[in-house]
Write a new protein. Sequence first.
Length: 338
Amino acid sequence: MSVYLLGIESSCDETAASVVRDGKHILSNVISSQIDIHALYGGVVPEIASRNHIERISEVVDSSLKEAGLTLGDIDAVAVTFGPGLVGPLLVGVSYAKALSFGTGKPLIGVNHIEGHISANYLLDPSPEPPFVCLVVSGGHTHLVNVHKFGQYEVLGMSMDDAAGEAFDKVARALGLGYPGGPKIDKEARLGDPEKYEFPRAHVDKNELDFSFSGLKSSVLNYLNSLKMRDEEVRVADVAASFQKAVVDVLVSHSMSALDESGIKRFALAGGVASNSCLRVGMEKACAERGIEFFVPPPILCTDNGAMIAAAGYRSFIQGKVSSLDLNAVPNLRLEAM
Ligand code: KG4
Ligand code: ZN
């Protein structure tokens, strides 16, 4: 018999819901993005995000059921992101999912957002079976993780300062490219020379698998300021390409070190920055050179979505891990705490 999971995601600026069959087959994947609203402010405004989630969540969930051709009665469990993320936005999804669970009597499953991003890979065919190494790169996280098995994670390295996506967004803003910066830098970089500027590739001494992007970001900002003071023209495409190359070089080299050290032969990418074309190509090439099997979800499953939450929720569900109705939002939820 098939198992149908409804997955709800509202941790940042996407209100999303999806129905997934047997943790694998996506029957619907509805994403209502607030990017246009937050772009006016140059970044996500938590209070505005919360209000928009409240206005949209009902319709998004209804559409996901309708597109799947199902009703609430057909759903076996409701999975929802309960952290990490912005507390107001998280509370909207958690409260809504709790109400659905209470009203229908179906089990509630709290999902860690980072585990959700990793689980987007389980929606692929073929999909990676643990153990595998996963690099989760998003607006809020840069985590290099050894996935021992579902629910058991060892964080091998993480960012000591800015997340990779945050660095993209800040540099894009300085270049006048607008929000969110990642896709804009990606596009602009295609026209530029990645070797034009040698921006620093920072390494963290304490743990060589940790990341630091604030030095790189400052170096780009200082360079842009120096041009401004001299009244010289900014070669936006070259700066974008050189900055992107510096980020990708570090992400690839740390990931390959993690694979070498662990001896694991499977690698997966996840999170919004995993949509980056230069990162996808660079990682695929480095994996091929080492005989490592490489997995990356399509961009629609890299960005925040409900399908990845349903995929993770399904795996918790079949392990009997369900949440009680006193589930609360945990803005700084850690991955190992699962
Ligand atoms: O996973 P996500 O949708 O939300 C969070 O959980 O943070 O990631 C959003 C981040 C933003 O920082 C955005 O600029 C970045 O992913 N991003 C990209 C690309 N597409 C989205 N960064 C680089 N290149 C892209 N193509
Ligand atoms: Zn995310």
